[in-house]
Design a binder for this molecule. Structure first.
Ligand SMILES: O=C(O)c1cc(C(=O)O)oc(=O)c1
Length: 306
């Protein structure tokens, strides 16, 4: 049986034929936030999904990895697959150890299932608080999940909007495993990077030494652009001061990734080669770049690698 899906109206497909980055990634660089979508005919999208994407397969992801010069991927379960981690796990298994994963779990997940995911390369669970992407889960359910993953040394990836941090902060701090924040907690980049809102985010990061941050998604966070298209080397300038503050204050707990295939962008689809060229602007020294792209993700996802 062939299953076909109709993309959400206005869906922007990932950028075909990205440029080769001018910035040469350090050896062993990890794309620490990316997704696979389906293909829907093989790995159907979840009935409870809030969007239906274009397909973005593991082979296409691995081709992008090689083209951009990354060595490894961290594949984060996309919400369009709900808690069915099959497509993500299939990518991990096909990667020959070059991909780790972050899963979505339900509270009734069994220890045997967590163990199997661990064996496939999953090292974290994602809790999503972005209302346009998921319906809210009861906090107790999330804490029950934490109890099940903690023995495996996993972390919790949290995705939330800046405006919700004040309400979520105490809950986050009650989670007894490391936390990884998606997309810098989605700051409003029209505001002052030195103002009280971003300071509240930085203060949250200061609250515990095991809170990590992905300084990702300038294409999502930028208000004034310009977009990473047509060779633009000064893309998303308004996001730079935010990301740079995080990288400079927390050099040992920042991660970077492409966010390919960039779900739910509505304005433009970036050239991923030019997105890689954004990195030196937020991590201005070779040492910061090595930490961001190699040392930190390796410590979190491949701690046993040589
Ligand atoms: O902002 C988004 O729309 C988004 C969605 C997803 C997902 O659907 O999993 O993941 C992301 O990292 C970002």
């Amino acid at each position: 049986m062939t299953t076909s899906f109709e993309k959400t109206p206005g869906w922007l497909d990932w950028y075909a034929g990205p440029s080769r980055p001018e910035f040469r990634l350090p050896d062993g660089a990890v794309d620490a936030h990316c997704h696979v979508f389906g293909p829907g005919a093989e790995f159907p999208y979840a009935p409870e999904r809030k969007y239906t994407p274009c397909d973005a397969s593991k082979d296409q992801l691995f081709a992008l990895r090689d083209h951009l010069g990354f060595a490894r991927n961290v594949v984060v379960q996309a919400t369009c697959h709900g808690a069915d981690n099959t497509a993500m796990v299939d990518a991990l298994r096909a990667s020959g150890g070059l991909a780790r994963g972050v899963a979505t779990l339900r509270p009734d997940v069994t220890d045997a299932q967590v163990r199997e995911l661990h064996g496939a390369g999953v090292r974290g669970v994602r809790f999503n608080f972005v209302k346009r992407l998921v319906d809210a889960a009861p906090k107790q359910d999330l804490l029950d999940i934490v109890e099940k993953i903690a023995p495996y040394g996993w972390h919790v990836v949290v995705y939330f909007e800046a405006a919700d941090l004040a309400d979520l902060r105490d809950f986050f701090l009650s989670i007894p495993v490391p936390l990884v924040i998606d997309h810098m907690g989605r700051p409003d980049t029209a505001k002052d990077p030195d103002g009280p809102d971003f300071e509240a985010f930085l203060n949250f990061m200061r609250a515990r030494p095991d809170i990590w941050c992905k300084v990702t998604c300038p294409e999502r966070l930028s208000v004034s652009g310009p977009p990473a298209l047509d060779g633009e080397q000064r893309a998303y300038r308004d996001v730079v001061p935010f990301a740079r503050r995080v990288v400079e204050e927390f050099p040992d707990r920042v991660l970077w990734g492409t966010d390919w295939p960039h779900p739910n962008l509505t304005d433009h689809m970036p050239d991923d080669g030019l997105l890689v060229d954004f990195v030196p602007h937020i991590a201005p020294t070779p040492e910061l770049r090595r930490k961001l792209l190699v040392d930190n993700p390796m410590r979190l996802y491949w701690p046993d690698a040589d």
